[in-house]
Design a protein around this ligand. Structure first.
Ligand code: ZN
Length: 170
C-alpha cells in the first residue's frame, strides 16, 4: 500500500468539484487502500480523494476512539439526503490545513447514502462525530475547505500559517 502526498491550502485543486465514481472495481479498491494508509500515516480521521489530488467522489474515515480497534470506513459517491435543524459546533482540523483548528457549526445530524468498498449501496443516519466528519469530508468533494466558513481575514491568516509551515518543512 502506498502513502500518497497530501495537498494543502491554497492549492487550487482543493476548490474543484470532484466527479462521481462510475465503477467500484479492484483498481478502485487499490486506491481506497492507499487512501486509508495515507490517512493513518498522516495521522487523520478522514480524507477525501481530492486531498491526494484525485477528483473523485471518495472519502475514507476512521473515527474509532484512540486505543480501540481500527474501524476503517469507505464512502463512494456519498450524498447527504437530510440535515437536522439543530446545530452542533466542533473544533475542526484538516490534513490540508495542517495544525490549524477552528470551531465550525454544522447540522448536528444528517442522513446520507453511499456505495461501500464492495460497491453496495448503503444508508446511514449520522449523529455526533460521524455527522460532523461526513459533512466536513463531503465539503471537500464540492471544493470547500472548513476555513472557507471563517472570515476572509481569519482565512488568509490560516493560509499564511500553512504556507510558512510548508516552507519550514522544506
Ligand atoms: Zn478536511
Amino acid at each position: 500500500m502506498a502513502i500518497l502526498p497530501i495537498i494543502t491550502v491554497p492549492d487550487p485543486l482543493l476548490k474543484k468539484v470532484s466527479k462521481p465514481v462510475k465503477k467500484v472495481d479492484d483498481q478502485l479498491r487499490t486506491f481506497l487502500d492507499d487512501m486509508l494508509s495515507t490517512m493513518y500515516a498522516a495521522p487523520g480521521i478522514g480524507l477525501a480523494a481530492i486531498q491526494v489530488g484525485i477528483l473523485k467522489r471518495i472519502l475514507v474515515m476512521d473515527i474509532s476512539p484512540d486505543g480501540e480497534e481500527a474501524d476503517p470506513q469507505f464512502f463512494i459517491n456519498p450524498e447527504i439526503t437530510w440535515t437536522s435543524d439543530d446545530m452542533a459546533t466542533y473544533n475542526e482540523g484538516c490534513l490540508s490545513v495542517p495544525e490549524q483548528y477552528a470551531d465550525i457549526e454544522r447540522p448536528a445530524q444528517c442522513k446520507f447514502k453511499y456505495l461501500d468498498y464492495h460497491g453496495k449501496s448503503q444508508k446511514v443516519h449520522a449523529t455526533g462525530l460521524l455527522a460532523t466528519c461526513i459533512q466536513h469530508e463531503m465539503d471537500h468533494l464540492n471544493g470547500i475547505v472548513f476555513i472557507d466558513y471563517l472570515s476572509k481575514v481569519k482565512r488568509s491568516m490560516y493560509v499564511r500559517k500553512v504556507k510558512k509551515l510548508a516552507k519550514d518543512n522544506e
